[in-house]
Design a protein around this ligand. Sequence first.
Ligand code: ASP
Length: 324
Amino acid sequence: MTEDVPDRRYPHRHLLGIAGLGADEIESLLDLADTYVELNRRTEKKQSLLRGRTIINLFFESSTRTRTSFELAGKRLGADTINMSVDVSSIKKGETLLDTATTLNAMHPDVLVVRHPDSGAVMLLASKVNCAVINAGDGSHEHPTQALLDALTIRRRLGHIDGLTVAICGDIMHSRVARSNIHLLNTMGARVRAVAPPTLVPTGIERLGCEVFHDMREGLRDCDIVMMLRLQSERMRGSYLPSTREYFRFYGLDYDKLAAARPGALIMHPGPMNRGVEIDGTVADDITRSVILDQVELGVAVRMACLEILSANNPPAPETEVAR
Ligand code: ASP
């Protein structure tokens, strides 16, 4: 791909969510990501495709996997990658989100990767800057690169996504991972189930394209994929559950509940995991069933693909403008 030509396979400036993307656009991102998996396993991983480009990671919420993998992805493609820590930035001195964004924008980054606790904040920020913006998770709204890496994991393990039954289990209410996955899996032809206690299912979630179950064994019956979610206590206002011990008894994934799924059903989790709360530690570590570490590995390849395509779609300003 030439660097300065907008990419027709994904003809957008930003990646703000999965909602609204077509199957062909999702497929294109996954195909490109697939080409990076082998590279990431080599000793020499460095490319120069994005040499001269600048990527800023701006995270207003904590992160291990997403931030590290965006940083690695940018560096492996040869870009200058900077992590802005909110703890030591002027946000601590009262600067607003938009002032921070326009300040960073004035330094001519090519891509801003943003995580924010408020749903919609990343979209608002994208309307105020002239570089590409990737949503690395906004409140309980969307986390598009997580859904893409989940899709790549499924595709590489099972060869396809269409026709599969995927049970997304746990705190659906507060999960951006659940929303992005419901959009993506429906677009790619999978059947989606949301399995959770009534207090953790938002009203109307069926309209996004899923069937709701409150009984874990029923929800898992004959499914191909079991995707577990963490209880997002940082987003909970008030009490949603009697206790985590009780939650594990009814909704925690153990071998007993897993027996309802198809033999060989894959276990996924976006991390961070709370062992003994939403998932039993032995099940999480079962390498015959769990693909949790594959998800982490493929996250780097997916983020490389997103950075490559969005950089191509946001060519740098012409020399004269840069020199001003
Ligand atoms: N890491 C995922 C997210 O940022 C899931 C989680 O935090 O539980 O949404």
